[in-house]
Design a protein around this ligand. Structure first.
Ligand code: NAI
Length: 416
């Protein structure tokens, strides 16, 4: 079995520089690294990880390795792996199988190579690794104590597996922890999506009409930050309650059909497919910009666009212009893959510090409860959420009030 499969091992110094940068901005992981170095909780434990392979993820791998884990690492999207980061991990001797721009076949091969490790714990982002484990590598299931899932779409897939009785390992829904989705999905995606759109287009957001597909945790953040940048924001939704929330937050809400001719920039983050189809694109302004922040590249119907476009040409690095039958062009960033990670550096380090602290503590939970957990999707405990929040506040030097015994008594009594 190969020790690694990366694009160019000589890129390691650049990758190391980026990892050191995030290390200096992730105090929660710094604390866990120190704790793990002393206690070695994962001594001899094999972990296979499939998460967008950029600097913060590399640091997570190093923190787990500091705790004694034997890591085998791959990415979770064909465009989100940063080759310098993969190289920097590989030179440490860690097993790394990933490169930017892998074909679908190479991507799947890399996941299988990461699984060959024979993991006790799996850490997944989008459930592709879990899928391979349950469909192709069932021989490895016997050694797996459990796993952690990073994102909304992955949790949805796991719940569907659980419902069908197909899930064969306990999986912690890291995404559903408060200290994950309330901050990562909202503020992380909110900032990094606009960072990516701005750096890739070099256009101004102020004064533009921005159409956001969805008003969930990610799309709320995207809409909020677009407004702060001076855009006029339109939201599309399928859920009535979320639509009401968007209206009360001050956004225009309408169907995609109505929004299509209005928008200058479209961003979807729904976890659903066919949110932006060619039918809508034909009614858009010439040279409208399309981006997706949802996990899979199905929100903008790229398959249909590739089929129906009469011509296509790269209009800027990371942007493909597609010309439609009516002569108009739409500009799609990063092949319709999650724009903030496939064409930028992903979430800010301080955000991933919280998400990955939840990952580390959830991996510890699986370790400590191995053999006792049901093959279900498991919630992250309140203890873990509170611990992460308390450490985050401590890192900022912020103190909060504590309930007095009289207040605790008052809050727990009914006969006031
Ligand atoms: P969520 O469940 O909080 O929100 C999704 C929203 O989209 C819901 O309000 C739903 O009603 C709406 N929706 C569903 N289908 C729709 C349609 N056809 N048209 C309009 N609205 C529709 O989910 P969350 O956490 O916001 O995640 C969304 C996606 O983003 C998932 O695929 C998730 O895995 C991914 N994600 C991406 C991140 C990134 O860095 N780019 C970070 C975290 C999650």
């Amino acid at each position: 079995m190969k020790q690694n499969e990366v694009r160019d091992i000589n890129l390691a110094p650049l990758g190391r520089q980026k990892i050191e940068w995030v290390r200096n901005n992730m105090p929660l992981l710094n604390g866990l690294e120190e704790q793990f170095k002393k206690e070695k909780p994962f001594d001899g434990v094999k972990i296979s990880l499939s998460v967008h392979l950029e600097a913060k993820t590399a640091y997570l791998c190093e923190v787990l390795a500091a705790g004694g884990a034997e890591m085998s690492v791959t990415g979770s999207n064909v465009l989100s792996t940063q080759d310098e980061i993969a190289a920097a991990l590989a030179v440490t001797g860690m097993k790394v199988y990933a490169y930017h721009g892998a074909t679908a076949e190479e991507y799947n091969r890399h996941i299988e190579m990461a699984l060959e490790h024979g993991p006790n714990i799996v850490i997944d982002d989008g459930s592709d690794l879990i899928n391979m484990l349950h469909n192709k590598r069932t021989d490895l299931l016997k050694d797996v104590w459990g796993g952690c899932e990073e994102t909304t779409t992955g949790v949805i897939r796991l719940k569907a597996m659980e419902k069908d009785g197909a899930l064969k390992v306990p999986m912690v829904a890291v995404n559903d922890a408060k200290c994950k989705h309330m901050f990562d999905n909202r503020y992380g995606t909110g900032q990094s999506v606009w960072d990516s759109i701005m750096r890739n287009t070099n256009l101004i957001i102020a004064g533009k009409e921005v159409v956001v597909g969805g008003y969930g945790w990610c799309s709320k953040g995207i809409a909020m930050r677009a407004k702060a940048l001076g855009a006029r924001v339109i939201v599309t939704e399928v859920d009535a309650v979320s639509a009401v929330e968007a209206v009360m937050d001050g956004f225009e809400v309408m169907t995609m059909e109505k929004a299509a001719p209005r928008g200058d920039i479209f961003v979807s983050a729904t976890g659903c497919n066919q949110v932006i189809t060619v039918k809508y694109m034909l009614n858009m302004k010439d040279r409208a910009i399309l981006a997706n922040a949802g996990h899979f590249n199905v929100e903008i119907d790229m398959e249909e666009l590739e089929r129906k476009a009469v011509a296509k040409k790269e209009t800027r690095p990371n942007i493909m212009g597609y010309w439609l039958e009516n002569g108009k062009c739409v500009n799609v960033i990063a092949e319709g893959r999650l724009v903030n990670i496939a064409a930028a550096d992903g979430h800010p380090a301080e955000i991933m510090d919280m998400s990955f602290a939840v990952q580390c503590l959830s991996a510890m939970y699986i370790l400590e409860n191995r053999g006792k957990l049901e093959n279900k999707v498991i919630d992250v405990s309140n203890e873990i959420d509170n611990l992460v929040a308390e450490r985050k506040l401590a890192a900022w030097g912020i103190q909060i009030d504590k309930l007095t015994s009289q207040q605790e008594k008052y809050l727990s009594s009914w006969n006031l």
